[in-house]
Design a protein around this ligand. Structure first.
Ligand code: HAM
Length: 427
C-alpha cells in the first residue's frame, strides 16, 4: 500500500529547502531593516475568529476554510491567513498598552485554504506577512508598501506592478454599498446564487466573484474612489503623493477590493506578469484594517499590513538566479573498519571547530567515495587508508587546487586552516 500527500500539499525536499532558507533569510534581513519584529501565533485558532475577522461572506471563510470539531466539540480552523491571529494575539496580550504606540510585526509560516490547486496555488501554502498596528497615518501605509516593494526588488522580480485603491472609511463604504446595490439591482437575475446572497449581505464581494467576473455590469460598476468621504480622500491623496515623492511606480486600480472583509482605506496588491505564475497573478497584497481590532473585542486600534505568498515568490524567482550551491568543507574517506573509527574522531573534531563535514558510511572503495566528495562539492577530501591509520597520518586533497599532502593526525586542523587562509606550506 502506498500513501500520497494530500491534494494541494507539497513536500519541500533537500535541494529545494535551501532556496526556502535563502528566501527566509532575505525576508528576515529586510524585516530587521524596517525594525519589524517576528511574532509567532498558533496554526489553528477558534473558527469564530476568522468568521468575525475575515468575514463569513468572503470565499476564504465560506468556502475554503479547514474547520473541524476537536474532542471537546469546539470549532477549530487551520489559519487561512495570518492577520486574524496576529490581531487576536495583539488584543489578548494587551499589546495596545505597550509604550511604543506603533507595533510592527512579521510572520512566516503555513496557511491553509481549500482551493483548487494549480501553479502557485496550494491548499497548504506559506505566507510572509507584516502587520503595523496602532497608528492611523498614510505614512505607515506607505511604509508597508515600501517594504513590500523592497522585497520584490531585493529578489530581483521582473514584471511586477504595485496596484493601489482606497475603500475609504465607514461612511465612504456605506455610501458605496448603496451605490453598488443600485447598480446591480437590475442585473440580479443574471448573477450567480452566491452573488444574490452577497447583494444583501455584502455587495462589495460581488466585485471579486469568480463566476460572474465577465458579466458586463462588473465593468460599469461604480468605483470606490468616487464615494470617498473628504477625510478618506485626503488620506488616499497623501498616500499617492508620498509614493510619488519616493518615486515608487504604482497604478490606481479602481476595481481592487481584496477578498477579505476587514479592509478600509488603502488596499494594494503586487501583481506579476511572469508567465510562470500565469498572467496577472498576485504575489502579495494587503491594506489598512482600522475596524478589525475593535471587531474582535479590542480597543479601537488602526492597523495596516500585507502578505506575500512565498511559493509565488519562489516560482517567480526560479531560473532568474541559479543557485551556486554551498559545498562541504571536508569529505572524510575511510577505507576499512579501523579507518572508520578514526574517521569518526576526525569528523567530530572538525565539526566542533565549525567545519561542515560528511564521511562515507557505506564502506565503498576510493572511486565511489571520490564521487560523493564531488557531488557534495567538498573543498577537501581526507583519505584514510590502512597505511595512513598505521602511520597516524591522513592524506588531504584540496579539490580546488588539487594539492595533495600527507598530514599527521594532530596537524589536520592547522593544515586546513592554513590552506584556507592562503598559506600552502607543506607539513
Ligand atoms: P491574501 O491576498 O488573501 O491576503 O493573501 C496574500 C497572498 O498569499 C496572495 O497574494 C498570494 O500570493 C498568497 N496566497 C493566497 N492563497 C494562496 C494559495 N492557495 N496558494 C498559494 N499562495 C496563496 C491575506 O492573506 C492578508 N492576510 C494579507 C494582509 C496582511 N492584509 C493585511 N495584512
Amino acid at each position: 500500500m502506498g500513501y500520497s500527500a494530500p491534494r494541494g500539499t507539497v513536500d519541500i525536499l533537500p535541494g529545494q529547502s535551501e532556496k526556502w532558507i535563502k528566501l527566509e533569510q532575505l525576508l528576515r534581513t529586510i524585516a530587521a531593516n524596517y525594525n519589524v519584529k517576528e511574532m509567532r501565533t498558533p496554526i489553528f485558532e477558534h473558527a469564530e475568529l476568522f468568521n468575525r475577522a475575515v468575514g463569513d461572506t468572503s470565499d476564504v471563510v465560506s468556502k475554503e476554510m479547514y474547520t473541524f470539531q476537536d474532542k471537546k466539540g469546539r470549532y477549530i480552523s487551520l489559519r487561512p491567513e495570518g492577520t486574524s491571529g496576529i490581531a487576536r494575539a495583539y488584543v489578548e496580550n494587551k499589546m495596545y498598552g505597550l509604550p511604543e504606540k506603533l507595533q510592527k510585526v512579521y510572520y512566516m509560516g503555513p496557511m491553509f485554504r481549500y482551493e483548487r490547486p494549480q501553479n502557485g496555488r496550494q491548499r497548504q501554502f506559506h505566507q510572509f506577512g507584516v502587520e503595523m498596528l496602532g497608528v492611523e497615518s498614510p505614512y505607515v501605509d506607505v511604509e508597508c508598501m515600501l517594504m513590500a516593494v523592497t522585497v520584490v526588488e531585493a529578489l530581483g522580480l521582473q514584471n511586477v506592478t504595485l496596484h493601489i485603491n482606497s475603500l475609504g472609511d465607514d461612511a465612504s463604504r456605506d455610501a458605496y454599498r448603496e451605490a453598488l446595490k443600485d447598480h446591480f439591482r437590475d442585473h440580479l437575475d443574471e448573477l450567480c446564487g452566491d452573488c444574490k446572497a452577497r447583494f444583501e449581505k455584502n455587495p462589495l464581494r460581488i466585485l471579486d466573484c469568480k463566476v460572474d467576473a465577465k458579466h458586463p455590469a462588473m465593468k460599469t460598476a461604480p468605483k470606490t474612489i468616487d464615494y470617498l468621504s473628504e477625510s478618506a480622500k485626503n488620506h488616499f491623496d497623501k498616500v499617492c503623493s508620498l509614493l510619488d515623492d519616493l518615486e515608487i511606480d504604482y497604478v490606481i486600480d479602481t476595481n481592487l477590493v481584496r477578498g477579505l472583509d476587514y479592509y478600509s482605506h488603502t488596499v494594494f496588491e503586487i501583481i506579476s506578469d511572469d508567465p510562470k505564475l500565469g498572467a496577472g497573478a498576485t504575489v502579495g497584497g494587503g491594506g489598512r484594517y482600522n475596524g478589525l481590532i475593535e471587531e474582535i473585542g479590542g480597543p479601537a486600534t488602526p492597523g495596516v499590513g500585507f502578505a506575500f505568498g512565498m511559493e509565488r515568490l519562489l516560482l517567480a524567482l526560479d531560473n532568474e538566479e541559479d543557485e551556486d550551491e554551498d559545498g562541504l568543507d571536508c569529505y572524510i574517506m575511510p577505507l576499512g573498519e579501523e579507518a572508520k573509527d578514526l574517521a569518526m574522531q576526525i569528523i567530530a573534531m572538525l565539526r566542533a571547530n565549525g567545519f561542515t563535514c560528511e564521511m562515507d558510511h557505506v564502506s565503498r572503495g576510493l572511486k565511489g567515495q571520490f564521487k560523493s566528495a564531488d557531488r557534495f562539492n567538498a573543498h577537501f577530501s581526507i583519505i584514510l587508508g590502512e597505511e595512513e591509520v598505521k602511520n597516524e597520518v591522513v592524506n588531504i586533497k584540496c579539490n580546488h587546487d588539487k594539492e595533495q599532502v600527507v598530514v599527521p593526525l594532530e596537524n589536520i586542523l592547522a593544515h586546513i586552516e592554513n590552506h584556507l587562509s592562503g598559506g600552502h606550506e607543506h607539513e
